[in-house]
Design a binder for this molecule. Sequence first.
Ligand code: PLP
Length: 382
Amino acid sequence: MEIPITRPHLAGDEQEAVAEVIASGWISQGPRVRAFEEAFAARVGAADAVATTSCTTALSLALHVSGVGPGDEVIVPSLSFVATANAVWHCGARPVFADIDPRTYNLDPAAAERAITPRTKAIMPVHQVGLPADMDAFLALGQRHDLAIVEDAACAIGASYRDRPIGSLGPLACFSLHPRKVITTGEGGMIAVEDPEVAERLRRLRAHGMDTSDLARHSARDIVVEAYPERGWNSRMTDMQAALGLCQLRVLDEILERRCALAERYTVALEQIPHLQAPYDPPYAKRTWQSYCVRVGPHAPLERTELMRNLLQDGIATRRGVMAIHEEASYAPRQGGARIELPHTEAATRETLMLPLFPDLTEDQQDYVLERLEACMLALAA
Ligand SMILES: Cc1ncc(COP(=O)(O)O)c(C=O)c1O
């Protein structure tokens, strides 16, 4: 049996929706993007939402409108995809890595507070693999130290924190629409925005800083000469992507339900398998289960990568757990020479792996994954 790590769940009406956009002749950013933004904002409980080309560009734009620029520091978890740090770097600022809470794998607010310096401009909590970070603590920290809070919510559409959806909590939350995430537009990102004026500025910035959208200029009855009051990016989503996104939003609840049911099945079954630890599921959060992250205990008969290799030989694709950015050559030397130590991050990245989890994974396939996991652990323990 061959089991992939993930596969996007398409409802079936996407082809028609994208074909309609192509037939309309308006395939770049236009009315579908605006409709997708409105539907997305309503879904996550935000005042507004601004579509972008990716979560990475969303994060850079969100940091930029938060006043982050050259010479500033932004506190981020190292246990995250490298894009979290790259977005800071794209603004000319320096990512400062702080350790995680070893149970949730999310940035620890106390560690983040210890990392604050006079140069700190923002904190960027990540809702890692769709588990909300401790947002009450981060928002309070932001207020106490006058720092911006930008959420990396790449994997967190549909998640909630103390019954409030991610996207409705802080001023700016950035989502990813890459196929590895909960819903997809092929590539794409979205910024949930609290302040409508900031949303309008973001719309200008994502389109070269231009003060008039293509759509407004096209529908104007008179000549419109656009202006560029500030410098911007090209981070525009296309209407083809937005059409796909609108279809995906309609099946979001179905996707979340199925992911949750499969995750619960894994968790129950893992209790019977020695040395493997299911993810912690805190009572304050509803997570998306974008990934199912298992920890291999320190006394296990084989270590994480060897287990992944054995599973691959059985046709089961896995991925290592979340990377540690500060261990990569691209970031390690930038810490002023001294190697920083983040013990919880280093242990988590070394000892965890992601099991296959996606809405169309069948229970038979999942049982096969569990059977092979158990066989690996027991055969080697014997
Ligand atoms: C935590 C986190 N942040 C940011 C990103 C970047 O998302 P995108 O590929 O949409 O730029 C990812 C993607 O894997 C991610 O997992």
